[in-house]
Design a protein. Structure first.
Length: 452
């Protein structure tokens, strides 16, 4: 003890040790400190090299393991770029980069077959898109304030209906100005934009058109898809701009809350943000999300409503009745937060590869076509914004939910809400997309039969 006390280390030695440290500004330190997403750059490069070599030598598993490896290594990189590029980051850069770059790569055959098989396996065979949507819908509903939930579902239909009417009117007017017939503008541009996506909208729409017009379905799909894809891109850009508007004028946004309740501070308690993460509860949340989706599919043939819609309303009813244990709600909400923050950009890479056919867009696009599509989307979002003011809703959130009616189904909802950083709106977005889309398909099919 006395030795330690008497033999103190000179202060000069301390100074020398401090001076001998490697300067934090050195090139090596900068490289080590730089991150792609949350991953240190050197580690990211190693992981990317492993996955790339495996795909080149056909050693990449064509299953969930290989699929997640590819979409995550690409999604983390593209999303990170989208967050950093000037101007692009203000208009939904991560969503645009994560969807469009993979789509361009497919167009120019820059993704090798091994990687393509792996992506197809995780997105289509394993149905990752619907797992993602189920987790987001169930988790966000169960973690939502009950008052906001009920008022949101009741009020959102007004801006949705007004927005649809405004979009149709604007589209027909602008289409006429650019020389398109009312028939072509309505059935081949407006309806595909608001039809609810490709799988839920374009495909059934093309079947209906084919039966009425006696034209092969394949020929019709190529005419319908471009409007839906371009409309979704316009909606993503608008979502990014709305996010920026909310940052500049906080009074216009609820930051993911749709309805003004007057007691918004209570939302923090109901969402369980301050509660510690419990991993077993998150596992229970995964089971609950999957079970709601399975129940929707089970009940669909008997009720005659799509399973996804049944899933949404079932979760809303369970939340309203307050019969789900609080711990299970907490687990579902934390799982939703994990999935939305970690897997959104990777998911959009898969959507860009498999659901955004750039070749169909390139073959159809003209300046007039772009203006017509943009007018439809802008009219819808603008209507949602202004109607929301009169419905005691936050204008930014009202515009986003209404704008999801012009997105590519679940694909578009993810991209639009991701660009605006408001995944909490997923239940309302799904209603807007699916009910709005199904209604438009039925109306279009009836009108075409009468018009033909």
């Amino acid at each position: 003890m006395s030795l330690a006390k008497n033999q103190e280390i000179p202060s000069t030695h301390l100074k020398l040790s401090k001076n001998e440290e490697i300067p934090s500004s050195s090139f090596f330190s900068k490289i080590i400190g730089y991150k792609v997403g949350v991953i240190p750059l050197p580690l990211y490069l190693v992981l990317a090299a492993v996955i790339f070599m495996a795909s080149m030598y056909s050693k990449l598993p064509a299953d969930m393991i290989g699929g997640f490896a590819v979409i995550m290594i690409m999604g983390i990189f593209l999303g990170d770029i989208g967050l950093k590029v000037p101007i692009l980051k203000e208009i939904g850069g991560p969503a645009i980069m994560s969807i469009m770059i993979p789509s361009i790569m497919v167009f120019y055959n820059l993704i090798n077959p091994s990687a393509l098989k792996a992506i197809t396996a995780v997105m289509k065979t394993s149905n990752f898109l619907y797992l993602y949507i189920s987790v987001l819908v169930v988790g966000s509903i169960l973690g939502m304030n009950r008052k906001v939930l009920v008022q949101g579902f009741l009020r959102m239909f007004v801006p949705l209906i007004v927005g649809t009417a405004a979009a149709i009117s604007a589209g027909l007017l602008v289409g006429t100005l650019f020389g398109y017939t009312i028939h072509h503008t309505f059935f081949y541009i407006i309806i595909p934009i608001m039809g609810g996506g490709i799988g839920e909208g374009i495909l059934p729409l093309s079947i209906g058109y084919s039966g009425i017009l006696k034209i092969p379905q394949e020929a019709l799909i190529g005419q319908l898809i471009p409007a839906a894809v371009i409309g979704n891109i316009v909606a993503i850009i608008c979502a990014g701009l709305l996010k920026r508007l909310g940052e500049k004028k906080p009074e216009l946004t609820g930051n993911g809350v749709l309805v003004k309740t007057g007691d918004d501070l209570s939302l923090l308690d109901t969402k369980g943000i301050d509660k510690p993460i419990d991993f077993p509860l998150m596992g229970a949340g995964l089971l609950i999300a999957c079970s709601f989706f399975v129940f929707g599919n089970l009940a669909s043939p008997f009720i005659g409503i799509p399973g996804a819609i049944i899933m949404i309303f079932t979760a809303a009813i369970i939340k309203y009745l307050n019969i789900m244990p609080a711990k299970m709600e907490q687990g579902s909400f934390h799982l939703y937060k994990f999935v939305s923050s970690s897997l959104t950009w990777p998911l959009m890479v898969g959507l860009g590869v498999l659901y955004t056919p750039l070749k169909d867009v390139v073959a159809t696009v003209t300046l007039g076509y772009l203006v017509v599509v943009a007018s439809v989307v802008l009219a819808m979002i603008s209507s949602g914004y202004f109607i929301g003011r009169f419905m005691n809703m936050y204008p930014v959130e009202s515009a986003l939910v209404t704008g999801c009616h012009s997105g590519l189904g679940g694909t578009g909802d993810v991209a639009i809400l991701s660009a605006s950083n408001r995944m909490e709106l997923m239940p309302f977005a799904q209603i807007s997309t699916r009910i709005g889309g199904a209604s438009m398909i039925v109306i279009a099919t009836i009108l075409l039969k009468l018009w033909h």
